[in-house]
Write a new protein. Structure first.
Length: 226
């Protein structure tokens, strides 16, 4: 058992594999896309609305989880496709991105009780979760990802000394784990307050004090209650 665990973690941080992508590399891509996605959403929101509005996914930190998960998906399924014909990469990315976007929308609704995007007013949409226009965007993104973005991200991750990289991995992994749990609890408590359910314990009181309704509405300003 100890040998299997050791082998797993050795492979997890492997940077020399030519025919696979390691868990360490995927997590690095996940974190980069989280932050970049948040920044892109903020700028896009300002351009379209004329004012700054929070687009973060979690109660702490500038993270856009949909972008992080999208980065993982594109990397896992497309990293070997560099030399394939462009239309094959486009169609594959278009399909995978659409499926991922639908699942992420449904998952956000089930876990948080709201959705961060709604395409109901755009032609050729499916339950407002995906639409043809954004599916085409996914296809274009896949092409750019394979040819430009993914190689740059991997090169950047490989430049980080592995000892420092492992420290950053565990620190960020633990932080993200608790941030996700805290975000779920904070949103759940927000929903309880809407139903006039009083705090049941000291943790509920902590959430009421530090993550009150005003805070939740500010953080998830673009969310649509369902």
């Amino acid at each position: 058992m100890k040998k299997k665990i050791k082998k797993f973690f050795t492979g997890f941080f492997d940077l020399d594999g030519k025919n696979h992508i390691s868990g360490y590399e995927l997590f690095g891509i996940f974190m980069i896309c989280n932050v970049l996605g948040y920044c892109i959403e903020m700028v896009y929101g300002y351009i379209t609305n004329g004012y700054w509005e929070s687009r973060q996914s979690l109660v702490i930190g500038p993270f856009g989880l949909a972008y992080g998960l999208g980065g993982i998906l594109l990397s896992v399924f497309l990293y070997k496709d560099y030399n394939k014909k462009w239309w094959k990469i486009f169609l594959k990315s278009m399909l995978l991105g659409s499926i991922a976007e639908y699942i992420m929308s449904l998952g956000e609704e089930l876990v948080f009780g709201h959705v961060s995007w709604d395409y109901s007013n755009i032609p050729l949409n499916l339950n407002g979760r995906i639409c043809l226009l954004y599916s085409i965007y996914w296809g274009i993104l896949g092409l750019v990802w394979v040819k430009i973005i993914y190689p740059l991200f991997i090169k950047f991750i490989h430049k980080i000394p592995i000892v420092l990289g492992k420290i950053l991995f565990w620190a960020l992994f633990i932080f993200m784990f608790f941030d996700i749990i805290l975000s779920c609890e904070a949103v759940s408590r927000h929903q309880q307050r809407q139903m006039d359910i009083p705090a049941q314990n000291s943790f509920d009181e902590f959430l009421d004090k530090h993550f009150d309704d005003e805070f939740i509405k500010k953080v998830y300003a673009n969310a649509v209650e369902v």
